[in-house]
Design a protein around this ligand. Structure first.
Ligand SMILES: [Zn+2]
Ligand SMILES: [Zn+2]
Length: 302
């Protein structure tokens, strides 16, 4: 199985901390590198990570709070100095495009085209290998969570079966595997004649839930997700603050993970008030044991 690699560029929320950068995540899979949020410091963190900042073609901005998008400008400026030519696609909530363009217009003339796509509930990106789904969250301003899902594998091409059917080894195999019909000696064959469906499996999933009040509605969407990345700005003892600022606590995140039967929970977006990450971890583990607090630039492979 091709690995799906998730790197945490940082885990702090609202303001950076001495030992923590702002929260941003990179997922890389099958040669594509995707960025989720682009706060200040993102390009510097990318330089220190295993990912190249020039290789990213898609960035998903959860919402238009400063700690989630201000890094776009420095990064785009660097790529312009490096004479990037490839298109960059920026996905952001309604109004994001105008905000980004307004700031950019004053300072940068990008050397490459930028496409803007407005986030809407549902699948917003799909290709041969994976899809990305946006789910509305509940925050002070419109905010989206994302589910990265590897495409389901329907089965495996069975060579022996194809040979037995009299299909000559060669390009017809690839056509059948892709789902095209082929004709051999007047007989038509389809994919289902040559597939071993027992080798099929569901695609792996990663959910990224940025700034939000804990939302029961997402539980169904993220049911049995392989990796749940959930914000935990506050602790349970600061619950009133969490409600006021429309954020979650570590306990909230763990409760969601438990209800959704997630396989693993990674917490991020911590308030500078809570610099003892052990306290955050212990609070979450009481409810959901397989919880981790990723360190800066940590990569999780599933
Ligand atoms: Zn935030
Ligand atoms: Zn926010």
């Amino acid at each position: 199985m091709e690995p799906i690699r998730t790197t945490f560029l940082g885990t702090s929320g609202s303001v950076p901390q001495k030992d923590k950068n702002f929260s941003a995540i990179v997922i890389s899979f099958r040669g594509e590198t995707i960025l989720f949020d682009c706060p200040e410091g993102t390009q510097k963190q990318l330089m220190q990570s295993e990912h190249s900042l020039m290789s990213i073609n898609k960035v998903f901005i959860s919402h238009m709070h400063a700690d989630h998008f201000l890094g776009l400008f420095g990064w785009i400026s660097t790529m312009t100095l490096n004479q990037r030519k490839e298109k960059l696609t920026i996905y952001s909530p309604k109004g994001g495009k105008e905000k980004i363009q307004k700031i950019m217009k004053e300072v940068i003339r990008p050397s490459f085209p930028i496409e803007y796509i407005e986030l809407k509930k549902g699948v917003i990106e799909k290709n041969d290998y994976f899809e990305i789904k946006a789910i509305p969250l509940k925050h002070e301003i419109p905010c989206y969570g994302f589910i990265f899902k590897e495409n389901d594998k329907i089965g495996e091409f069975d060579r022996n079966k194809a040979i037995k059917l009299g299909i000559p080894v060669g390009p017809l195999f690839a056509k059948l595997a892709k789902g095209e019909k082929v004709k051999v000696n007047g007989k038509t064959f389809t994919q289902k004649d040559v597939m071993n469906y027992k080798k099929g499996r569901k695609g792996r999933r990663i959910a990224i839930i940025a700034d939000t009040l804990p939302l029961k509605q997402i539980v169904k969407e993220i049911n049995q997700v392989d990796l749940l990345i959930h914000e935990a700005t506050f602790l349970d003892k600061q619950k009133d603050k969490a409600i006021e600022a429309m954020h979650s606590t570590a306990l909230d995140a763990a409760t969601i993970a438990k209800k959704a039967k997630a396989k693993k929970l990674a917490l991020f977006h911590f308030s500078a008030r809570n610099n003892d990450t052990n306290e955050i971890l212990q609070e979450a583990k009481k409810e959901f044991n397989n919880t981790i607090i990723p360190s800066e630039l940590e990569t999780i492979t599933i």
